[in-house]
Design a protein around this ligand. Sequence first.
Ligand SMILES: *Cc1c(COP(=O)(O)O)cnc(C)c1O
Length: 493
Amino acid sequence: MRYTSTRNDLVSVSASEAIAAGLAPDGGLFLPVEIPKLDAGALDRLMKMSYPERAAYIMGMYLDEFTAEELDRFARETYSEDRFPGGPAPLHAVGEHWMLELWHGPTCAFKDMALQMLPRLLGASLRKTGQSETALILTATSGDTGKAALEGFADVPGTKIMVFYPAEGVSRIQQLQMTTQTGQNVCVKAVCGNFDDTQTGVKNIFSDENMQREVAVRGCRFSSANSINWGRLLPQIAYYVSAWCDLAREGKTGADGAVNFCVPTGNFGNILAAWYAREMGVPIRKLICASNSNNVLTDFIRTGVYDRRREFFTTSSPSMDILISSNLERLLRVFAGSDIKVKTLMNELKSKGEYTVGDDVKKYFDELFWADWCSDEETLKTIAQCYNEHGYLIDPHTAVAENVMQKYFTLTGDRTPAVVVSTASPYKFCGSVLEALGVGYSESDDLIARLEEVTGVPAPLPLVRLRDAKERFTDVIGAEKMADEVLEFAAKK
Ligand SMILES: *Cc1c(COP(=O)(O)O)cnc(C)c1O
């Protein structure tokens, strides 16, 4: 299977080259030139498999230079009971629909599903492409990616990882998770500004040829763990296939086998993985795109106008506080059918902060997608309502999707069996959850203990352990300093 760039059809690389590089040289994203298909027989076989077997099977369809043994081993190591106590992707019934719980991994957010796998895929890709330099992973994070990437890459030979997070807008627990990270090859910096400033800084460093030369002199080569890396997106396709298989096995899908997924969306990676699962042949009817007050995607899907020139809100669902949804570019390439068009749109986004797609592109979004958004006030109400009615605790990101799912039910009447993708443990966002439940607390309280005491729901162990962890990384830097910090870290032995 060959991979090309969203911005240049002449680019043709293997899977391992795409994974090793992260971003295409022209600034575009890599995508497979065709999408492999699951026929009815394959879906039948997948239904009988365990999660690691399903993941290896799906990944194998896209990674032909990897052997089945290799991928089986990666999947068994990644999705072990050890790393994912309670299973990697269990479904939990809530009223008439399901929650797909993707936060049973080491950092308690769904990013673990991909970032526990990526170091294995990347390590193998570097070997296969004969790269001898240290892979320097640069990551911009709105909160959850950073920790999940640190946890995935800590002390992995041949790699170094540097994480930048916006000083404004990650939760206290998210911040602690990153500043206490252990490992000899890790570095974490807070950057003044919001996530888009941080992400733009990382993208600029990444595509700067002078920087590429400077890190090469220091024995390193850039690589990315952000959801723009194909090796990040690919493992995510597996849990959509898996969720469908679990429902189908129980006879819980609709009459025609269909289900709907509602996905809390930021960078558009998670919901794009659902789209790939659908294209492969999983009977998914609608993909429901849920945003918080940074509702640039809601407007885009409804109108065809992507306009980032708007007020930026810091919300209770920080991992979705994003105005530039990078992964949308992959879908635009498919729907627009032309690399030139994508390049033009992305240039317009950069220069004018806005672009508009034609009706030919918009019709695809209309057919498959439905979009709405949820305010912070509604988010808190939804957390309270879900807990009071079902005794089920959800985090603010999941609450955004739950709220939009309810809007979808009400506005469309579509009763296709529905799955809300649950992306974080409520214990990662204790402050918001306590507030939603109307429980008073002060900043100096042990919020995890407080939430356990009020609800009786036990907190995940990795978060409980933060209590005794030592903070290692406390710097806050200006965005203009990011490049210097990268060079200093690249040179570090
Ligand atoms: C990253 C993240 C999201 C958004 O996922 P995208 O792939 O960026 O759309 C939603 N919820 C949580 C908890 C996250 O960490």
